[in-house]
Design a binder for this molecule. Structure first.
Ligand code: NBP
Length: 481
């Protein structure tokens, strides 16, 4: 019987492409899929001639793996992962390894690492990004889980991962239990933010400045050669330049109701749980939610009247260099978004006991994944300068970048508000930036109100932290206690 270096379960789009990627790198892969027809189609189609071993039962699959067995799951996240794990457990031996490469919720990965450890098995929750193309030719891989498993899968996962220019793989050990899937979740949250800041630029150029699609595509191409050099900017230029058979922009026939699969929402929920601001990603998630209220929006546009004049009239006052100001608003907002993302990773590291290497995480995202961007090198450099940097906004490079972008950013938000063009990501990022750099905020009033109606007490600026006071607010000069 032929033996396989690794086995993969789940032959949908991601699984098939990862198998072909592994085969390209000289690994023999055994495959199993719940629906056998899919396995047969794969073996007769894309996998023909690759040496991939097809199996029809999970027992046959397990029996052809070299030890310790390495089983990668690429099935739908949630129940299907537990279903397959439960089928595998009785068939595996001590020390065997299960790698979940799907978009699993990090708390499930924490649970699975513990449960499988108790059964003598080793679990890895590996976030994988890059979609079909990444899976086939080199994704970003963020593995976490049982550290004892890592040496046994490191070679394969780093071989199939994307590489940065110097050959460093976009795959490295992130940390224990759920750390890999948490990092992937934050990656996806940031992806929501990146997409929204680009969408706002398009909206301002289209309905504010009345620019043609060819001109907008050219702007995004130019931006892609500069500070904003990234995959999402490049594909946006392609999308804006795409026309149908009649020569009309394809983009404009696409219904403006955005979908989502939930990882952005998970990121925001975690940020609320940990008490850390993820305001830009939250706005990006809500922007999709608002877009999906299509029927209500159409009714409201009739009743309330849309503020947006699509003729480009709004932008007549905005000045010739307004496109440069949009660039600055986008760049500054992106800096805020990543600063928030890394602050959240820091908070999660503290909460869950993960010793995360933030500079290395930025490099895991440098190639292969959807948020890949030159900008990530600046983040790695910032954490090299100061590994315990509390926020990217405190690093000199980003401080300078924000100072330079400041006036354009404010100009864009002000103009957009004046014209009734929603820019939730740019404006919330600006609000966060202004709050973050304020020595004093009006939270003293919030504390006073809380104390007034609920006797929640407050701390004083002239006394050490941790001493709490209460005022009887209904009596003039009421006693402080
Ligand atoms: P899907 O998420 O669409 O999952 C389909 C696979 O899950 C099929 O192989 C299916 O088997 C299997 N499956 C299901 Br559904 N329920 C099962 C069960 N109870 N027991 C066994 N197998 C079951 O596939 P995908 O789009 O390739 O994504 C795989 C994972 O990778 C997901 O977690 C996804 O979120 C993640 N991911 C996807 C992308 C992407 O671009 N698509 C990118 C990054 C990460 P069947 O053939 O018998 O129905």
């Amino acid at each position: 019987m032929r033996t396989a270096d690794i086995g993969l379960i789940g032959l949908a789009v991601m699984g098939q492409n990862l198998v072909l990627n592994m085969a390209d790198h000289g690994y023999t892969v055994a495959v199993y899929n719940r629906t056998t027809a899919r396995t047969t189609e794969f073996l007769d189609g894309p996998a023909r001639g690759t040496g991939v071993i097809g199996t029809e039962t999970i027992e046959e699959f397990v029996n052809c793996l070299t030890r310790p067995r390495r089983v990668m799951l690429m099935v739908k996240a949630g129940g299907p992962v537990d279903a397959i794990v439960n089928q595998l457990v009785p068939l595996l031996d001590e020390g065997d390894i299960i790698i979940d490469g799907g978009n699993s919720y990090f708390e499930d990965s924490i649970r699975r690492t513990m449960d499988l450890k108790e059964r003598g098995l080793r679990f890895i929750g590996a976030g994988i990004s890059g979609g079909e193309e990444g899976a086939r030719h080199g994704p970003s891989i963020m593995p976490g889980g049982d550290p004892g498993a890592w040496p046994h899968v490191k070679g394969i996962l780093q071989d199939i991962a994307a590489k940065v220019a110097d050959g460093t793989p976009c795959c490295d050990w992130v940390g224990p239990d759920g750390a890999g899937h948490y990092t992937k979740m934050v990656h996806n949250g940031i992806e929501y933010g990146d997409m929204q800041v680009i969408a706002e630029a398009y909206h301002l150029m289209k309905v504010g400045l009345g620019m043609s699609h060819a001109d907008m595509a050219a702007v995004f191409r130019r931006w892609g050669d500069g500070l904003l050099d990234s995959y999402l900017i490049d594909i946006t230029a392609d999308i804006l330049g795409h026309t149908d058979e009649q020569g009309d922009p394809t983009l404009e026939v696409i219904l403006d109701a955005a979908g989502q699969k939930g990882t952005g929402k998970w990121t925001v929920i975690s940020s609320l749980d940990l008490g850390y601001p993820m305001t830009l990603v939250a706005e990006a998630v809500y922007a999709r939610v608002v877009s999906a209220l299509l029927d209500q929006r159409i009714e409201a546009a009739g009743v309330l009247g849309s503020a947006v004049d699509e003729s480009g009239v709004a932008g007549q006052e905005w000045g010739d260099d307004f496109v440069d100001a949009i660039h600055d608003a986008l760049y500054a907002s992106k800096i805020v978004s990543y600063a928030q993302g890394f602050m959240l990773l820091g908070a999660a590291g503290g909460e869950y006991g993960w010793d995360l290497d933030y500079g290395r995480i930025a490099q895991l995202w440098r190639e292969g994944c959807i948020i890949r961007a030159a900008f990530l090198d600046d983040i790695t450099a910032a954490f090299a300068r100061r590994p315990d940097l509390p926020s990217l906004l405190l690093d000199g490079f980003f401080t300078d970048a924000l100072r330079k972008a400041d006036s354009g950013w404010r100009r864009v938000v002000t103009a957009a508000v004046g014209a009734g063009i929603p820019v939730p990501a740019y404006s919330s990022a600006l609000a966060f930036y202004d709050a973050y750099r304020s020595e004093r905020l009006p939270a003293n009033l919030i504390q006073a109100q809380r104390d007034y109606f609920g006797a929640h007490t407050y701390e004083r600026i002239d006394r050490p932290r941790g001493e709490f006071f209460h005022t009887d607010w209904t009596r003039p000069g009421g006693a402080a206690t």
